[in-house]
Design a protein around this ligand. Structure first.
Ligand code: DNO
Ligand code: MN
Length: 358
């Protein structure tokens, strides 16, 4: 397991590279060009500048995300141009040595929460999803609320996309789940060969939460659908970002079973916990198994059991000790999370060695 840490770039993140260097065992900066709109080809000078900034202390092997333009997901004729741009971006990232590109195929929204600073019993705050509010809210009200509460733009909530919400919702009216599958297959057939030639493994992120919201189709939701996804374009460069927190919001998802079934197709793991409530709400709790509903210790053990050599990151964390940061992306809880993941991993390694020597 190679440990990574997501970093949004100088001036765009409250955490510094110098701070990340002091977290034990972090080798990889998980990065992106956050100022390039979805659909545009990434400029080489910006890619190289980022690489040079990070390269002194870390590798730049994982990019999260190269966002997919909405016209690709909608299957519009204009997708061809955006797919070409996507391919050029993959090639450029391959040239500088990137190994994994994380992306998602969620219509309109990326991850969705109703409260970015919900207080937990211990006084820390975390991202929270209140099911009844999503079921009953007009999406336009929700967007306004989130923009009021957050000083920073969240990934996937780029202003240029949110500004066109009405027309986007109109456009998705005819897009069924099956149509979305077709559009995803078309995209994969175009880009996976380019990724393979560039030495890159594509890694789709699950939908978060893993169910339909506001009547929009969502398909990357669980084990059966991931099985179908991997067969859509059956190649090692077509892989998964297995996110335990996104998938773990649905109690039917058995993460450990997925790790075993998809073991050769997981170039990137997001490892975080969520606490689920009976009414369908969930909150992003600390990484420790006992603190949430997802067996993080069991998941790390499963990665160890399959001999996982891919990249991992702690994904989101709570906001601790008064830290002011990008929602979910503070320093402290993600650093604590990493130490928990290493603790379980190292214990698994020691016990495997002991068994081996018997
Ligand atoms: C949620 C996060 C996501 C992720 C993007 C990838 O679990 O990891 O915001 O970064 O969906 O495209
Ligand atoms: Mn994730």
């Amino acid at each position: 397991m190679r440990m990574g840490f997501r970093w949004f770039g100088e001036g765009n993140d409250t955490v510094s590279l110098a701070q990340i260097r002091q977290i034990p065992g972090v080798e990889t900066i998980v990065w992106s060009l956050h100022d390039v709109p979805a659909g545009e080809e990434w400029p080489m000078d910006k890619i190289v500048a980022l690489r040079d900034e990070v390269a002194a202390g870390f590798n730049i092997d994982v990019v999260e995300s190269v966002n997919v333009h909405e016209d690709i997901k909608l299957g519009l004729p204009s997708r061809d141009r955006y797919i070409e741009n996507y391919k050029r971006t993959i090639e450029k990232l391959g040239e500088i040595g990137v190994k994994v590109i994380c992306y998602n195929f969620m219509p309109i929204f990326d991850w969705l929460r109703t409260d970015l600073h919900k207080e937990l019993e211990d006084g820390s705050t975390a991202l929270f999803y209140e099911k009844a509010r999503i079921d009953n809210i007009d999406p336009f009200d929700l967007v306004a609320k989130i923009n009021e509460n957050s000083a920073l733009t969240m990934p996937g909530w780029e202003p240029e996309r949110l500004a066109h919400l009405t027309s986007l919702f109109e456009a998705y009216k005819g897009v069924t789940e099956e149509k979305l599958w077709d559009n995803l297959k078309h995209f994969l057939d175009e880009i996976v060969p380019v990724a393979a030639r560039s030495g890159i493994r594509m890694a789709i992120h699950p939908d978060d939460p893993p169910w339909s919201i506001f009547g929009l189709p969502r398909i990357m939701t669980g084990q059966a659908n991931f099985r179908r996804f991997l067969k859509l374009h059956d190649h090692p460069s077509n892989g998964i970002t297995l996110c335990s927190g996104s998938l773990g919001a649905n109690p039917d998802n058995d993460l450990i079973a997925m790790i075993h079934e998809f073991k050769d197709r997981i170039p990137f793991a997001h490892i975080r916990n969520v606490r689920r409530y009976d009414n369908g709400d969930f909150i992003e709790s600390s990484h420790r198994t006992q603190d949430g509903s997802v067996d993080i210790a069991g998941i790390v053990q499963a990665y160890h059991d399959i001999g996982f050599t891919g990249y991992a990151r702690p994904d989101h964390g709570r906001h601790l000790w008064g830290e002011v940061c990008r929602p979910g992306y503070g320093l402290y809880d993600r650093a604590l999370g990493i130490m928990y993941l290493w603790g379980v991993w190292d214990a698994a390694a020691r016990s495997a060695n002991k068994e081996g020597s018997r």
